[in-house]
Design a protein around this ligand. Structure first.
Ligand code: ADQ
Length: 467
């Protein structure tokens, strides 16, 4: 049971597991790490896609029980994956919601699939949610679910959390189906955003585009008279778990080994991201290259490690981004590597947590430079891993994390010169300044970990609906 005796149902595009040779195993990733502990603790259930393609949308796969949590799969066919997931979610919404960094495709067929799959999710949730349950929906894939679900089950409390930015109204307005998206979301009781700016952008869109009126600060009412509370709930990480891993002897030993294997450089600069064009990997590589070209950094003393996780490889823009990044790495190494040492160590792979944490510890300067990012958990993980109060975080202003981690070196990643200067400032920073900044960020993180985030959202969802 979660709050007020109401059981909890989570719904997200993906279930928190994937099939392996040993059966279903928990899959890594920000959302799973953030939400699964709450579901395990409260004995709730989870509705989502397994990641496997179904022959027919009418297949209703059997529930899976994992860690005491019942997982209810929603079937997606090959056409659903192509049009709802790769198409509307990742080719239309993702770039549009990230400041239109890339042009969105607007295709009616993709939209039809989005409606179809959202309806399927709502039907599945309606079928499995216990009476009076709290349903917590996640992310941009499921924006139509709240209204469809409310029409089917008005006993439910429905919340939706947006893991990515909510764009300014002028960008959202481009969406040919903007009215339908707003109507879908306004079926919820609570809409949560990462940043106050995102919540305000949503309110502006709902009011200015005529979908709702604001009847009290942060409360909107749609044409049916249903009221929705809108707020911001910055997501976080399991700070203690990261600290424990980072403080343990094996991680410290591995961090020292990493340093030795890199040739004992003075400074290790680190980037860890999904290989996504929103993450600003190219901007940071270009800044690093410019510093090597100008002799402000020396490839024998300053080494960069970029870990990039494969992601959305069937979407054209992601293949282009990968080619661009790999070409840049090749150019930098072609110019600056010497026999025996490499300027940029590039890993296109997913690392397990027990390899990621030693990398964070070894990283003297962490480069988190997205052009736009809802929050960015990597920045928080790096800070949590630095129990030595050392290390410098260079952080883009365009991340949600910048609101809290304001003692990082904040940069505008579009300003290549400013980014290069920030990297040099990070490399040259004194030990006492590094300690002051890191201590302050770690204190801030302690006050707001992932359990506090889930608790804040669920308390709001369980709370009384405004009159
Ligand atoms: P993402 O865009 O995936 O998440 P992020 O918040 O940085 O971005 O989370 C990535 C997660 O994947 C981190 O936990 C990180 O440790 C892990 N990861 C990244 N690269 C890895 C690698 N090579 N190997 C292993 N693990 C790796 C979306 C939004 C974000 C928001 C989160 C949570 O885009 O803005 O912070 O959801 O709400």
């Amino acid at each position: 049971m979660a709050r007020n005796g109401r059981p909890l149902v989570i719904a997200a595009n993906r279930l928190p597991v994937a099939r392996s040779d040993d059966g279903w195993v928990t899959s890594p990733g920000g959302l799973v790490r953030a939400v699964l502990p709450t579901v395990v603790r409260t004995g709730g259930s989870w509705v989502g896609w397994t990641g496997e393609v179904a022959e027919s949308a009418r297949d209703t796969p059997e529930p899976i029980v994992s860690d005491g949590v019942t997982l209810h799969p929603v079937a997606l066919t090959a056409a659903d994956v192509e049009d709802y997931y790769e198409g509307f979610s990742n080719d239309t919404l993702w770039p549009l919601y990230h400041d239109a960094i890339r042009d969105s495709g607007f295709h009616t067929g993709d939209w039809d699939a989005y409606v179809r799959v959202n309806t399927r999710f709502a039907e599945r949730i309606a079928a499995v949610a216990p009476p009076d349950a709290m349903v917590w929906l996640h992310d941009y894939h499921l924006q139509l679910v709240p209204a469809v679900l409310r029409a089917a089950r008005d006993d439910l409390r429905i919340g939706w959390f947006d893991h990515i930015p909510w764009p300014p109204v002028e960008l959202f307005q481009r969406l040919p189906w903007r009215a339908e998206i707003l109507e879908g979301l306004l079926g919820a009781d609570v809409l949560g955003f990462q940043r106050d700016g995102g919540a305000r952008n949503f309110l502006a869109a709902a009011v200015q585009l005529g979908a709702a009126t604001e009847v009290a600060p942060g409360v909107v009412e749609g044409p049916s008279g249903h009221r929705t509370r809108v707020g911001h709930f910055p997501i976080s990480i399991d700070v203690e778990a990261f600290e424990q891993l980072a403080g343990a002897r094996p991680a410290l030993r591995q961090a020292a080994q990493i340093r030795a294997r890199l040739g004992d450089p003075e400074v290790i600069l680190l980037g860890v991201d999904r290989l996504d064009y929103t993450k600003g990997i190219g901007a940071r590589l270009r800044a690093f290259a410019a510093l090597l070209d100008a002799g402000r950094l020396d490839p024998a003393r300053h080494v960069m490690v970029q870990v990039a996780t494969p992601t959305r490889e069937n979407v054209e823009m992601y293949r282009e981004e990968r080619n661009e990044i790999e070409q840049l790495v090749g150019e930098i190494n072609g110019r600056h590597a010497r026999l025996g040492f490499t300027a940029v160590h590039y890993l296109y792979q997913m690392l397990p947590l027990d390899e990621l944490v030693p990398l964070y510890i070894a990283g003297d300067v962490m480069l988190v430079t997205p052009l736009r990012d809802g929050m960015n958990l990597v920045a928080k993980e790096y800070v949590a891993a630095h129990t030595d109060d050392d290390g410098v975080l260079v952080l883009s202003e365009f991340t949600g994390a910048a609101d809290e981690l304001d003692r990082a070196l904040l940069v505008n990643p579009h300003d290549e010169r400013a980014l290069a200067d920030a990297i040099v400032a990070a490399v040259d920073m004194s030990r006492s300044e590094r300690r002051q900044r890191m201590e302050s960020m770690r204190t801030r993180l302690h006050d707001a970990d992932v359990a506090a985030w889930a608790d804040a959202f669920l308390t709001e969802l369980a709370g009384p609906t405004p009159p």
